[in-house]
Ligand binder design. Structure first.
Ligand code: ZN
Length: 127
């Protein structure tokens, strides 16, 4: 049985292709390979969502301002906005989605009671 040249501890039985060790694992820990960095973590970014302001985010703001977020029109706007942000559309379908979005947003704003209130207020001011 070989012993550690440093502390005299018995060395583990050498087996394998490595050089027989002269020191025990306490004195000379086996080289631990540092785990290779797995590289920069690539976050999956959908085109359109990479910009700081997504259509979804700006739509949410617009719907909230008109207080129509929870209306069917508002939900439709958000659904289309998410779809557009999600990307992967051909030019034609993106154009169609954009038209649907504009229409839905206009409908949502039109359904806003706040907008109606504001309109009344303006009429009041004018009248
Ligand atoms: Zn030792």
């Amino acid at each position: 049985m070989k012993t550690c040249e440093r502390c005299g501890n018995e060395l583990p039985v050498h087996n394998g292709r490595h050089r027989p060790r002269k020191y025990c694992t306490d004195c000379r820990p086996s080289h631990q390979r540092k785990p290779l960095p797995s590289g920069p973590k690539v976050r999956e970014i959908h085109p359109g969502a990479s910009s700081s302001i997504s259509l979804e985010a700006s739509s949410r703001v617009a719907l909230a301002a008109a207080d129509v977020t929870d209306t069917p029109q508002g939900v439709l706007v958000m659904t289309i906005a998410k779809s557009i942000d999600g990307g992967g559309h051909s030019g034609a379908s993106l154009a169609a989605l954009s038209r649907e979005y504009s229409r839905a947003l206009a409908d949502a704003i039109a359904a806003s009671t706040k907008a109606a209130d504001i309109g009344d207020g303006v009429e009041w001011g004018v009248g």
